[in-house]
Design a protein around this ligand. Structure first.
Ligand SMILES: NC(=O)c1ccc[n+]([C@@H]2O[C@H](COP(=O)([O-])OP(=O)(O)OC[C@H]3O[C@@H](n4cnc5c(N)ncnc54)[C@H](OP(=O)(O)O)[C@@H]3O)[C@@H](O)[C@H]2O)c1
Length: 367
């Protein structure tokens, strides 16, 4: 039976991957920080399973083990026996901050901890077929619109996240040459909710940061909001279930054609325009949104919420996923992005935020 070691199982992508692996009877070892009893990880995986419409049986749950580690000292806190029987590693965890003030935290987790995990896996996981590292399609950087499944050695990088994810790709490729454990760098673009249920974890990242900005404007009482974005860009959005389906299919596609080091872009296949995305934001959040420079003080504030993603949202990359398509063949399964899919995703995010705010109100009232 396969046994997959995962990091990041308390997060959006990692919890979804863990839930889907358990649902197909795979054993999962989740490495988590600050989760001594494993409750945080279990709760996240349970929510993801429910978001995918999956019910895990007690037997399937029994195949999940959670190991608490300190990612800053993996060599001291991750015991070699944890790697016994591990058939693949999925390194999903990442420090997601964009802040350049936190660049050391980003490098510590995204570069150093990832490289240490690769090193430990190559030393102790004797049954491991491949180390999968989740990166981002935006390591291509700015200034090169042709986002291919290769390293861009001259990228323009603008924040700690993008910088550290790019550095991690280089470090891991270098380690692979030295240590030999096959490596796949798996790069999603902007991950949105489940195609059918709209489920996401509620984290305000990527498109959801735009939704957070619009929610902020609505809560400030404005009837009309302006987002300073280009109407005709085509943001590359990919549903969480597409990402997970392709990730799982990759593990089944181990064949002589696979390479020691591979880079795959996991992207949306046909994309709607920014104007279409904004139309869904306004419909689902219930406030009028137009595109253009801020007019009111509230506009300025909500654009500030969204500022760190603006350059990405206005970017005009052409993402290529030829290698992933070739490797997966029919399993690739292109998905055309539609306004309905985006609408469900926004609706789920908004419901999540409303529930979160109500829970906070209740706990404040009780305090
Ligand atoms: N979401 C997207 O749109 C998107 C797009 C492209 C690529 N990706 C990639 O997908 C992966 C997962 O992203 P996500 O959306 O699932 O993010 P997420 O929901 O924020 O989850 C991040 C995960 O990483 C862990 N983590 C964060 N900072 C850490 C640190 N300093 N040390 C150790 N663990 C840390 C978190 O653990 P705690 O619960 O302990 O904080 C959590 O398990 C990342 O590698 C990201 O680069 C995501």
């Amino acid at each position: 039976m396969n046994k997959i070691l995962i990091t990041g199982a308390t997060g959006f992508v990692g919890s979804a991957l863990a839930a889907n692996l358990l649902a197909e009877d795979t054993r999962v070892v989740a490495l988590s920080r600050t989760d001594p009893g494993g409750q945080r990880t279990r709760a996240a995986v349970e929510k993801a399973a429910s978001g995918f419409g999956l019910t895990l049986s007690p037997m399937q749950w029994s195949r999940l083990s959670i190991v608490e580690v300190d990612f800053r000292a993996l060599d001291q806190t991750l015991q070699p026996h944890v790697f016994e029987g591990v058939t693949a590693v999925w390194n999903v965890a990442a420090e997601m901050t964009y802040s350049l003030k936190k660049v050391i935290d980003s490098v510590d987790q995204n570069v150093v901890a990832s490289s240490m995990l690769y090193k430990l896996a190559s030393q102790h996981a004797s049954s491991c077929q491949r180390f999968y590292h989740v990166s981002t399609a935006y390591t291509v950087g700015f200034g090169n619109n042709d986002a291919r499944e290769e390293i861009n050695f001259t990228p323009k990088l603008i924040n700690s996240y993008q910088l550290s994810k790019w550095m991690a790709e280089l470090a891991l490729i270098h380690s692979q040459k030295e240590r030999g454990l096959p490596l796949a760098i798996f790069r999603p673009s902007v991950v949105i909710g489940h195609e059918q249920t709209g489920w996401s974890s509620g984290a305000s990242f990527g498109m959801f940061l735009m939704a957070a900005a619009v929610l902020y404007g609505k809560q400030a009482g404005s009837a009309q909001l302006r987002l300073h974005l280009d109407a005709d860009t085509r943001p590359n959005l990919v549903c969480i279930d597409t990402v997970i389906r392709r990730a799982m299919a990759l593990m089944k596609a181990e064949s002589p054609a696979r390479q020691p080091t591979e880079i795959f872009n996991c992207i949306g296949d046909e994309c709607v325009t920014m104007a279409d995305v904004v139309e869904q934001l306004q419909t689902m959040i219930g406030v009028q949104v137009t595109l253009g420079p801020p007019v009111t003080e509230t506009d300025a504030q909500l654009n500030a919420v969204f500022e760190r993603n603006k350059q990405f949202a206005n970017g005009r990359w052409v993402f290529n996923s030829e290698r992933l398509q070739q490797t997966l063949g029919e399993e690739y399964g292109p998905v055309t992005m539609t306004q309905d899919i985006i609408g469900r995703s926004v609706l789920h995010y908004v419901a999540h935020k409303v529930a979160e705010a109500k829970a906070e109100e209740r706990s404040n009232a009780a305090a």
